[in-house]
Design a protein around this ligand. Sequence first.
Ligand code: NDP
Length: 452
Amino acid sequence: MVDERVEYILNDIKMCSPGQTEFYQAAQEVLESIKPLLECESKYFDNNILERIVVPERTVIFRVNWLNDANKVETKLGYRVQFNSAIGPYKGGLRFHPTVNLGTVKFLGFEQIFKNALTGLQIGGAKGGSNFDPKGKSDGEIMRFCQAFMSELYKHIGYNHDVPAGDIGVGAREIGYLFGQYKKITGEFNGALTGKGVEWGGSLARKEATGYGSVYFAQEHLESYGNSLEGKVCTVSGSGNVAIYTIEQLLHMGAKPVACSDSQGTIYHAAGIDIASLKAVKEINRESLKSYAKIHPDAKYIDVAHYPKGGHAIWHIPCDVAFPSATQNELTLVDAKELVKNGCILVNEGANMPTTPDAIEYLLENGVYFSPAKAANAGGVATSQLEMSQNASMSQWNFETVNIKLHQIMKDIYKRVSDTAKEYNSEGNLIVGANIAGFKKVAKSMIEQGAV
Ligand code: NDP
């Protein structure tokens, strides 16, 4: 009966959302993995929770016209998917990347519902973005695009209603331009966005939070098996916000991050990644990782176009712990086989849904510990909520205070997820633990609030 109902709902998603493959993948993972819960309790079917939870409460799609440096009008699409507000106001980032479509935003928004529930904080799930490509654009173009985007988005957000943040392609610079336009149009200086500059309402440690949190989670995971990150060789894909601060925290913990990547290639630095050079290249100068190899001639640069083997170069570098922290479906079955062959003991997801389903299956079958993104990368959104708390009380906490809270939140998430996995006879399977723990909290709230 459970199998049939889940199958029916998944088929329905395919019919109603054709071509939204990433959303389907995310929904399939959640619905399949919560079956142990559905088998014990009928209330979720009695209240039609599954049918309701896979449909966004609201989807906004809008046109964004903006003026490029050649004084030509360009047109892009803007999205905001307000997926679920059962446990709090909508919260989730904005992604600017040419691949963004409705399916991408729905997958990210759907994941966000359960991730936000796992933080133990009162925040609902949402996501947004645009198919605008910030790469190669001047500062002026980025600003005009952000202003045009916010000129529509402002109608749908608010500090008590929906609070966007950053994601791929949306960092401190973009949040600044988006906030400036929000303030100008609404006349309000409030916490309708997070990831703000620390001088104007941002939280200390928000920039570091997703990466630091991911490492705290990995440490909890290893410690529960009597192991630790100290001395471990680590590879971290990406070299954006999440990857940089993952590497920084790994260094603090005495691990040895030796590789990172960007969309053009991979750096393998056997002596250990130099965090100052990495920040200079990617955060300050916004250059390709090729420039890192110019600063460190002993580091090897592997161009994505010239990588001869299948899979992705970074996962072929031997490591103890792998941190996929770039983008979705970046770690495939070929890569998983390579990681297992090289003795990797833990894959800790920093990006959203970076590991393909067949790769996850292979890793688990081969005894690799696996930290799912919903739990492992929840530190970013949790700290965004801490930013909202600070804004609401018109206060600012120091870095250490926020970092200590973040660390405790990640410990609590690990405990919640691993205890739930145990409770449903799936000890060690944190995917089951994360999805059931997140789902139960949201579903209970939906049932209590009636058919709204
Ligand atoms: P950024 O835009 O800061 O960085 C993304 C990085 O990934 C860039 O270095 C980019 O390369 C690289 N990249 C993109 N595509 C590929 C690819 N196919 N192969 C290798 N590298 C690639 O984004 P974030 O660091 O903020 O986000 C990374 C992931 O983490 C996303 O999945 C996001 O949803 C997730 N996440 C982010 C949070 C946050 O707080 N920022 C919170 C929770 C999850 P290039 O420099 O060439 O563009």
